[in-house]
Structures are given as structure tokens and as C-alpha cells.
Design a protein around this ligand. Structure first.
Ligand SMILES: N[C@@H](CCC(=O)N[C@@H](CS)C(=O)NCC(=O)O)C(=O)O
Length: 244
């Protein structure tokens, strides 16, 4: 079949929320693409080879032989490739772009720190992220090693986690105000895809349920990303770390 689009190859790691954002953008545009799931660890060299020196994270999108790296750059490039349905709709395009960038800069890291933070206290829950149940003891030993490595890699400390949790209500309020202003929560746009992916991951942390329940952000996260496995039971973080 003749196609009016260049070949598109998306490079991802399985549990990554910015990868979910990029893939949702491709689907939103109805573009055909190939998804290449890299092996964690080996991904660094492969991403750097394809996307350039110093670039080691996913997602990356090859548009023909043009390398587009990072979730926000990918959505902007998709908009150029196929303008409709818009990811940055007028007349709110500038506000959507601003909210998308805020989601990338201020919110996205919480999708790494809070689940790995909670799993320090409930490592058996790591099995649920692969679609299984709680891990057996040997699996818990392995999960504990992975969690320790993740704490080091993401510079997670108890103090930082407690700070992240204390700051979360203000971020959720910011998302509610974006929804009240109609910037997010309608036809999915770039800000919905960016903010929704992080919230969908945060929704796996049972301790956050009281903060997220009934919010427009949580609704849109489930709408845009209906399938995402994982559950860290409530009661993981020490009592007192979760703001009322
Ligand atoms: N802000 C960037 C962040 C990308 C990012 O940090 N991706 C993580 C996965 S969620 C990653 O590649 N981690 C593996 C690594 O850092 O080597 C984006 O939205 O593309």
C-alpha cells in the first residue's frame, strides 16, 4: 500500500511513562509505526548510537533517518507530520505547550521516584508491574536489588521522597486548575498525554489514592491510558509522609 508518511520507528523501554506519551501521540495521529522495545541497560548504547552523543533515554523516534529524541520533541514532530487531529489545538495551543512542558519538567520525575520509592517498603509488589501477582521470596530478593539500583540511579532518598509527597497536593491542584480552564481534560492533546501518563503511573501507588481520587487528572489518566498494570498496596510509605 502506498503511504503518505515516512517510516516511523519508536524506541522504548517497557514501563516508561514518557514512552506511553509518545506512543499515544502516534496512535492519536493514526500513523503507522514500528515499536522497538530495548533491553534496559543495553538501551544506553543503542539510543546514543541512533540519537547522538549524550542521549541515552527513551523515548526516541526515527522519522526516516531523522532522529527525534524525547517525548515533547516527538509530539511536536508528529504535529508537523500530520497536523490533524491536533495535539496543540487552537486557540489554546500555547497553553497546551506550556502545560506539556510543565508536565515534563515538574511532574514526570515523580513517576519514577514515587513508585520506586514505595517499592523500597513493598518490594514484593514489583511483580504486579509485569502483570503478575506479588513476588515469591526469591523474587523479592531480586526486586530489592533492582529497587536499590533505582534509588541510586534516580538519587532517591527518604528526605527527597517525603518532600515529593509534601509537594504533591500543590501539583495536583495545578492539574485541576488546568482542567478547570479547559487546557486539559477534553479531546486529548499533548498536555493530556504528558500529564496523563505520569498520573497513570502514580495511580499504581496505593498511598496516593486519597490524593488522586475524584480528580480530573486521574480521570483523564485512565481514559488515555486504560491499560497499565501495577499496584503498590497502601501503607508503603511511613505514616505521616502522605499529606492529608
Ligand atoms: N524528559 C524525557 C525523559 C526521558 C527519560 O528519563 N526516560 C527514562 C524512562 S521513563 C529512561 O530512559 N530511563 C533510562 C535511562 O535513564 O537510562 C522525556 O520525556 O523524553
Amino acid at each position: 500500500m502506498m503511504s503518505d508518511q515516512p517510516s516511523l520507528t519508536l524506541h522504548v523501554l517497557p514501563p516508561s511513562h514518557p514512552c506511553m506519551t509518545a506512543e499515544a501521540g502516534l496512535r492519536h495521529k493514526g500513523l503507522e509505526y514500528e515499536k522497538v522495545t530495548l533491553q534496559a541497560g543495553a538501551h544506553t548504547a543503542e539510543i546514543e548510537r541512533l540519537y547522538g552523543d549524550g542521549k541515552t533515554t527513551v523515548p526516541g523516534l526515527m522519522v526516516g533517518d531523522e532522529a527525534v529524541h524525547g517525548s515533547t520533541a516527538i509530539l511536536a514532530r508528529l504535529e508537523e507530520l500530520r497536523p490533524e487531529p491536533a495535539l496543540y489545538p487552537e486557540p489554546i495551543a500555547d497553553r497546551v505547550r506550556e502545560a506539556e512542558e510543565w508536565g515534563d519538567r515538574e511532574l514526570q520525575d515523580l513517576g519514577r521516584r514515587l513508585p520506586f520509592g514505595a517499592m523500597h517498603f513493598r518490594p514484593e509488589a514489583m511483580g504486579t508491574f509485569g502483570g503478575g501477582g506479588a513476588l515469591e521470596p526469591a523474587g523479592v530478593d531480586f526486586a530489592m536489588k533492582l529497587v536499590r539500583a533505582a534509588w541510586r540511579y534516580h538519587a532517591i532518598t527518604a528526605e527527597r521522597l517525603a518532600g515529593d509527597l509534601a509537594g504533591l497536593p500543590a501539583k495536583i491542584a495545578q492539574i485541576e486548575s488546568l482542567a478547570a480552564d479547559g487546557v486539559i481534560g477534553g479531546e486529548p492533546n499533548a498536555a493530556d498525554l504528558q500529564i496523563g501518563a505520569t498520573l497513570r503511573v502514580l495511580a499504581t501507588v496505593g498511598d496516593l489514592a486519597p490524593l488522586l481520587e475524584g480528580t480530573a487528572g486521574l480521570r483523564l489518566a485512565h481514559e488515555v491510558f486504560p491499560d497499565y498494570a501495577g499496584k503498590v498496596p497502601a501503607g508503603a510509605f511511613p505514616a505521616g509522609w502522605i499529606p492529608a
